[in-house]
Ligand binder design. Sequence first.
Ligand SMILES: [Fe+2]
Ligand SMILES: [Fe+2]
Length: 257
Amino acid sequence: MKLWALSDPHLTLATPQKVMHVFGEVWRDHPDRIRENWSRLVSPEDVVVLPGDISWASRLEDALTDLEFLHRLPGTKVLLDGNHERWWNTLSQVRAELPPSVKAISGDHVEVGSWLVFGTRLWETRQIDCDALVAWNQSTDKRPDKRTPEEDQRNEKIFQREIARLERCVQALPNRPWLRRICLTHYPPLGPGLEPSPASELVERSGATTCVFGHLHNLKKAPGGRSRDLFGTARGVRYVLASADHLEMVPVLLDET
Ligand SMILES: [Fe+2]
Ligand SMILES: [Fe+2]
């Protein structure tokens, strides 16, 4: 049984007017490429975690088209909400509509296969700086250095709230020594230098072996145009950036039992 990750698929089946390749050629026909790569790699008994930015839909009833797309792919899927999840009502409303092979978490956990999967979205904060990794697009991005002090203050408030949610989520984890703990966050819980942050301290105390996240897009390439190896293992936790464009729409293998 294998555990895979693919974050930020930004699915557009429910919103075909949303043209993703304005964000780069890597996004051209991305649902088709996700389906091909996923179907080739993932078996029905496997688990795939998707930590946020799942669908461009605005309403839950519209997002069902994208959720059905995921359901038809092999494996059990675990979703976390990202900052683009306008369709994500309350967790109980989302859970009531999910197709059978799709599960959702948000500040709580789910037991699936050999894993105890938990986590929260987190948020933008000046305390975790990943700006140097991103090749900013003048026409589509709002650069963090253009934020006003008021926006910074609002973001810090939300980040603190998310930290408190993660703390409660970790405290509520059941004692299941036979399950490996996997933490999902949408925003990176630490910077590329792996220096500790309030979020990574909680992740590392939680007993998680791996923490997976996304949110970062359009990352600077290594010489030769290849995606760079980013993040890595710190203080016993493997930190994995799984944004779909960074992975070129190919799910990344996290664990195998
Ligand atoms: Fe995203
Ligand atoms: Fe995001």
